[in-house]
Design a protein around this ligand. Structure first.
Ligand code: NAG
Ligand code: NAG
Ligand code: NAG
Ligand code: NAG
Ligand code: NAG
Ligand code: NAG
Ligand code: NAG
Ligand code: NAG
Ligand code: NAG
Ligand code: NAG
Length: 833
């Protein structure tokens, strides 16, 4: 498009327009000609498609007897040439030509400037390509967007991000009104699903390959692997070739690209994509224009004429919106004229030529019926190439919808749709409008996607920044409790139960996370946990190059269930039951000093939650200090009890058995690793730890480090605090005395019986012999012989006597009193020995 011929043509048209106006005035009825303007960049992907589409639309309007019959629609185009300055000047020149409406501008930036002008001149602006959502109807009443606002496009992107459960994205955008407006809308839309833009990579509007390379390089340093690319069609393609050189188009990456890429692809020749094989796997949005016969017809017509005119690039959605925009204006003017309004321009009193200025501002004239025309535009209701053309109360086209494409080997495949009505679906939006809206999660669907790297596995969406430094893990260095964590001379610099769990969990992550342990504290006293936590939080901010995120680990937040039942608990270690402390309540009620582990949150917990005066709290650092304080007791400058977390108490008790836990565990908290807020590692580590718990590894590590059972039952230290033997010595003494007494009594009785018995047997022998048969006499004599061979019997004989049935002894003893009565001397004989 040469500048000079166009200008000449414009002058001719201008003259015709005035002439036409006069003719119309003379006719008193309909003007024979009405001028509309068009404002776009001719030499652009969108411009090339739009230019021919607008021309064809104007031709069709002029050929159509039902619209503007008898009035010729005259088109005046101006090239904004991709420049804010040229574009603004061109737009003002267009206004000089008394256009009743303008199709355009193409660029959102020019849209912001020109909107101020048309507001004053009352010329409706129908933009088919300015998608910046901040071009709002309330600020710019004469700005009407005849395409879909990026507000909806960004909601579509956010729906896709949510559908694949990614939480963080990197936005790559051109740093102008269009880019910033879109990214701001994206940020809002993501927030609705608790996702966010973790890094904004702004590409300067005028940039060379080095600048893009730099921006992409930094973006690649970040954790997020989901890139949303929102740039201009004409410079955008370079991003992918540069990203490809940076190896950012391979597996693990996700690229979601806004409709600009669809415009480029639609406008490129079919074979072009083959040469860009690295673009495989991208997800691309495209305004949804329902299939229809008129659309197909128009596309083939456009293509034929383009071929005839050897226009290199093809039609795209923006071309269709441009075509529809012409029809919107034509119908509105038709309605305006039908309603009897005149097409007339008048001078604006505020615009007058200052004496020496060559800017002839007075040529800008006010369109008298502008407001009525705007109203007619907003009342539009017809079906165009892009679907139902109707504006809602916010002046957005009704039924905003997008096609979602996945770039395959050589061409894009449709994988679904997004509509404001029903969200993501595989059914066309038109088919859904007949049903009630269904935005439930289960109703959201997309077809299978082939991701970059030719994989159908959904990428995680983030990685540990592989170009960056390793993960920095802070480890508290304590003087005691070294089973949990301690400094070490090994390759890790640290060792312990927690370190082993951490390493085991890290190994379970599906991506490598290089770690670097940083020991915090000098090991002579406990580091303050609040300080460590604030270090984690403070280093949340991304450092100079935005490269490395630091994460500190310690025992506070997350869940390590199995070994401690997800219970971090504080427990009392009580020295003496005699203090009457039976649990937390009685401890709090007393005024006795309470020990806690220095540096830990226990102090704040006791003061703030349990209202313990700070003066009662005694900080303790090591296991020995624990034991010492408890042994000394409250009277001797020690403590009555120590409140600490279960794992520490367990370790303490494994060293000192003469203390014990009293009362119930009284808080439920996690015990684990602290990560920065929003660190994607936190969720993955939780999952990994659960896995460790399920496969028993957690228990194994626990047993390995924490199952010191040094307190066996024969431990000599027993007694000081437990109810041991000593507690009951009095009772035992009484029992022992009674037992001894009973035993002595028993023996005395047995002995008495024994002698008594043996004496009576001796005396009875002859009488029994005579009274019995001979055989019986022999047997009994044998028996007596066996039982009592001598009078002074051995211990064995005594036992044998005792062994003899009590009943038998009694029987024989019972017999004796009668014997005694009969034989008075027998007792004397008995007592003789
Ligand atoms: C459009 O801009 C380019 C450079 O930005 C310039 O070379 C060209 O001459 C301009 N064309 C017109 C018609 O202003
Ligand atoms: C193509 O161009 C030739 C000459 O420029 C013209 O005769 C012919 O009608 C054109 N065809 C179409 C489809 O416009
Ligand atoms: C056009 O507007 C001017 C100034 O407001 C007025 O003088 C003139 O009569 C109008 N012409 C028509 C045809 O309404
Ligand atoms: C216009 O320009 C002339 C000379 O160039 C100067 O004398 C005069 O003051 C200027 N007038 C105004 C209003 O600036
Ligand atoms: C728009 O047109 C359709 C038919 O084309 C009609 O059903 C609908 O009611 C119209 N809407 C308004 C607001 O006029
Ligand atoms: C888009 O959807 C929201 C919520 O579903 C609704 O409030 C809004 O009116 C819709 N907008 C359009 C243009 O359909
Ligand atoms: C929404 O879609 C889901 C899945 O297709 C279906 O189970 C549910 O009943 C639908 N809800 C409504 C209100 O149509
Ligand atoms: C151990 O400490 C040294 C020096 O502080 C450090 O260079 C090294 O990376 C550390 N090793 C690990 C595994 O953290
Ligand atoms: C956290 O970052 C600050 C500066 O950004 C640095 O001075 C400090 O050493 C870092 N903390 C750790 C634990 O690396
Ligand atoms: C947590 O620990 C308790 C007891 O040790 C066990 O019953 C429970 O199953 C564990 N839960 C998980 C998720 O490991």
């Amino acid at each position: 498009m040469g500048g000079a011929p166009a200008a000449t043509a414009a002058v001719v048209v201008l003259w015709l327009a005035f002439a036409g106006g006069e003719v119309a005035a003379a006719a008193g009825d309909r003007p024979s000609e009405v001028s509309i303007g068009a404002l776009f960049t001719y030499d652009s992907v969108i411009g090339r498609a739009a230019q021919l589409a607008i021309e064809l639309a104007v031709d069709e309007v002029n050929a159509d007897r039902t619209v503007l019959d008898g009035t010729k629609l005259n088109l005046i185009s101006q090239d904004t040439n991709c420049s804010g300055f040229i574009g603004t000047i061109e737009a003002l020149q267009l206004m000089e030509k008394n256009v009743v409406a303008v199709i355009g501008p193409q660029s959102s930036g020019i849209g912001h400037v020109i909107s101020h002008v048309v507001n004053e001149l009352h010329v409706p602006l129908l933009s088919f390509a300015a998608t910046d959502p901040t071009l709002s109807a309330s600020e710019y009443p004469y700005f009407v967007r005849s395409t879909i606002s990026d507000y909806f496009q960004m909601h579509a992107v956010a729906s896709i991000v949510d559908y694949y459960q990614w939480k963080e994205v990197t936005a790559i955008f051109v740093d102008d009104d269009y880019g910033r407006g879109g990214v701001s809308a994206l940020s809002d839309a993501l927030a609705l699903n608790r996702a966010r833009i973790s890094y904004k990579a702004a590409i300067p509007p005028v940039s060379n390959a080095d600048m893009i390379n730099d921006v992409l390089y930094r973006a690649n340093m970040m954790e997020s692997r989901v890139f949303v690319v929102h740039v201009n069609p004409d410079a955008g393609m370079r991003i992918f070739s540069i990203a490809n050189k940076l190896r950012m188009m391979g597996s693990g990456y996700v690229w979601i690209v806004t409709d600009w890429l669809a415009a480029v692809l639609d406008s490129s020749r079919p074979g072009d994509l083959k040469t860009m094989s690295y673009m495989q796997g991208l997800i691309v949005l495209r305004q949804h224009c329902p299939e229809s016969g008129t659309k197909k017809e128009f596309i083939s017509k456009w293509n034929n004429i383009a071929r005839n005119r050897s226009i290199a690039s093809g039609l795209n959605s923006y071309g269709l919106y441009a075509y529809d925009s012409v029809w919107i204006v034509a119908r509105a003017i038709d309605q305006l004229i039908d309603s009897g309004q005149k097409i007339n321009f008048s001078a604006d009193p505020r615009l007058h030529d200052s004496t020496n200025s060559t800017l002839r501002l007075s040529t800008l004239r006010l369109f008298d019926s502008g407001e009525q025309l705007l109203q007619q535009v907003l009342l539009t209701n017809f079906t165009g190439l892009t679907g139902q053309i109707q504006f809602d109360s916010d002046r957005n086209l009704v039924h905003p919808a997008y096609d979602i494409l996945n770039i395959g080997d050589s061409e894009p495949h449709l994988i679904g749709y997004w509509s404001n009505y029903s969200g993501l679906s595989v059914a066309t939006p038109e088919s859904l409008y007949e049903k009630p809206p269904n935005r439930s999660t289960s109703a959201q669907q997309l077809s299978k996607v082939l991701w970059p790297g030719d994989t159908s596995t959904k990428p995680k969406g983030w990685v540990f920044p592989n170009n960056g430094q390793p993960l920095r893990v802070g480890v508290p260095n304590k003087p005691s409790f070294k089973e949990l964590v301690s400094r070490d001379t090994g390759p890790d610099n640290v060792t312990g139960y927690c370190i082993e769990i951490f390493n085991a969990a890290i190994k379970l992550l599906p991506y490598p996370v290089p770690c670097h342990f940083i020991v915090i504290g000098d090991g002579s006293k406990n580091p303050d946990y609040d300080d460590i936590i604030s270090m984690v939080a403070a280093n949340n901010t991304v450092s100079a190059l935005g490269r490395f995120v630091l994460i500190i680990w310690l025992f506070v937040v997350l869940i390590i269930n199995s070994s401690y039942t997800a219970s971090l608990t504080s427990i009392l270690t009580v020295q003496q039951l005699a203090t009457g402390i039976t649990g937390l309540d009685s401890l709090l009620a007393s005024a006795l000093p309470i020990g806690y582990q220095a540096g830990k949150f226990t102090r704040n917990y006791l003061i703030e939650e349990l209202n313990v005066p700070a003066s009662r709290l005694v900080p303790l650092n090591t296991i020995n200090e624990y034991a010492d304080a408890l042994n000394r007791g409250p009277k001797d400058g020690g403590v009555a009890a120590i409140v600490d977390e279960m794992p520490y108490v367990e370790i303490f008790l494994s060293y000192h058995c003469n203390f014990q836990i009293v009362g119930q565990e009284f808080t439920k908290e996690g015990w684990g690793f602290a990560f920065q807020r929003d660190s994607p590692l936190a969720a993955d580590m939780s999952t990994a730890i659960l896995q460790l718990s399920e496969n028993g590894q957690l228990q194994r590590i626990h047993d390995e480090w924490l199952s010191r059972s040094s307190c066996s039952s024969d431990d000599g230290e027993m007694g000081a605090t437990r109810l041991g033997l000593g507690s009951f010595w009095g009772l035992f003494l009484v029992c022992a005395l009674i037992c001894v007494f009973a035993l002595v009594l028993f023996f005395a009785r047995v002995c008495w019986q024994y002698y008594n018995y043996s004496g009576s047997e001796e005396a009875n022998d002859p009488r029994e012999d005579t009274a019995s048969t001979a055989a019986a006499a022999v047997a009994v004599a044998d028996e007596i012989q066996r039982r009592k061979p001598k009078r002074l019997g051995s211990f064995k004989e005594l036992i044998q006597f005792v062994d003899k049935k009590e009943a038998e002894v009694r029987k024989s003893m019972k017999r004796r009193p009668s014997d005694k009565d009969n034989q008075a001397g027998s007792s004397d004989i008995q007592s003789m020995p």
